[in-house]
Design a binder for this molecule. Structure first.
Ligand code: ADP
Ligand code: MG
Length: 226
């Protein structure tokens, strides 16, 4: 699937872990150029949904459609190259520095001007001299900034952010809001999980609320069913 897609949809999504039903029939749409915030209590299935969208978790049942094409038939490397994800685990190599991590990902994604891209990212996320130290020495907020830079380094079609403001100070949250807004403006499809109502209010065009693995607010046909 090398074609850029304009929306992501899930239909009848079910994910079961042993005896735990993490998702029990979720229908949702994520349009381009909009930020969809996913809300819900701990354990409601938010991360599972995001990880399914990011091709990190395989659903038990249901469809994941990228621009109308089913991931089961059209998935793989070309699709993954269009996805940027900030998950719970930072996906940063601890023994490499932040800059080395970003450099590595820039090469992996065959960025045309990797050195310029690295400087731009360090500037955008205020990764200073500390960026030359091994990532295992970073504070939560520093690590989060490198992980965020990594997630959007390749200008993905689909940007998935799981609690991206965790560990960030006020200034870094402002930087995060700015970055998400820039990505949205270039037409990315963005799904973001947050427990911060202030951040949600500032950033969201749409909101989906999950409870016990179901969408309880914001699903496409919610009015029709009521
Ligand atoms: P949220 O992100 O909303 O807090 P999650 O999607 O992480 O919720 O989890 C939903 C439910 O699925 C929880 O009960 C959680 O314990 C369970 N779960 C998530 N991942 C796994 C896993 N890898 N193995 C077993 N259970 C899991
Ligand atoms: Mg979670």
């Amino acid at each position: 699937m090398g074609e850029p897609f304009d929306r992501v949809e899930v239909k009848g999504l079910v994910k079961v872990y042993g005896a735990t039903r993490a998702l029990v029939g979720v229908d949702a749409r994520f349009p381009a150029g909009e930020v969809t915030v996913i809300e819900g209590h701990n354990g409601s299935g938010k991360s599972t949904l995001l990880n399914v969208l990011g091709q990190l978790v395989r659903p038990t049942r249901g469809q994941v459609l990228y621009g109308g094409l089913d991931a089961k038939a059209h998935g793989g490397v070309a699709l993954r190259a269009q996805i940027g994800i900030l998950a719970h685990a930072a996906m940063v190599y601890p023994d490499l520095s932040g800059r080395e991590n970003l450099s590595l990902y820039a090469q992996l994604y065959r960025a045309p001007r990797p050195a310029a891209l690295l400087e731009e990212l360090c500037d955008r996320f205020e990764i200073g001299r500390w960026g030359e130290r091994p990532a295992r020495t970073y504070s939560r907020g520093q690590l989060q900034r490198v992980a965020l830079a990594r997630a959007l380094l390749h200008a993905p079609r689909l940007l998935l952010l799981d609690e991206p403001s965790t560990g960030l100070d006020v200034r870094s949250v402002d930087r995060l809001i700015e970055a998400v807004e820039q990505e949205r403006a270039r037409g990315a499809i963005i799904a973001l999980i947050t427990h911060d109502p202030g951040l949600a209010a500032q950033i969201a065009q749409r909101t989906i609320r999950l409870a016990r693995g179901r969408v309880v607010e914001g699903e496409p046909d919610a009015e029709a069913r009521a």
